[in-house]
Design a protein around this ligand. Structure first.
Ligand SMILES: [Zn+2]
Ligand SMILES: [Zn+2]
Length: 92
């Protein structure tokens, strides 16, 4: 396996610790994955940027990475570890 890579948030350029929950948006064509913090500001950027990329005709899949302490494996919100308590999109 490769060495642990430094993950940076595509929204705020801050570092994401690998054992912290984060969101990955993977470009299925290139395999490039954009990572985002779970906090709201970064998630909003994530949604906006993904929309822009989708409009450019790209295809993405989103990954939800739980924190190392979280007992849940399944992706999504409301996990028992509370990783993704902040809703992905703000209803308005
Ligand atoms: Zn961020
Ligand atoms: Zn979790």
């Amino acid at each position: 396996m490769s060495r642990p890579r430094v993950i940076r948030c595509a929204a705020c350029a801050g570092r994401i610790k690998p054992h912290h929950p984060h969101i990955g948006v993977e470009d299925l064509e290139t395999g490039v994955e954009f990572s985002y913090h779970v906090r709201l500001g970064c998630q909003i950027r994530c949604a906006e940027e993904t929309d822009t990329r989708l409009e450019a005709g790209k295809v993405f899949t989103a990954h939800h990475y739980h924190s190392a302490r979280c007992p849940d494996e399944a992706p999504g919100f409301g996990c028992s570890g509370g990783c993704f308590d902040t809703p992905m999109a703000v209803a308005n």
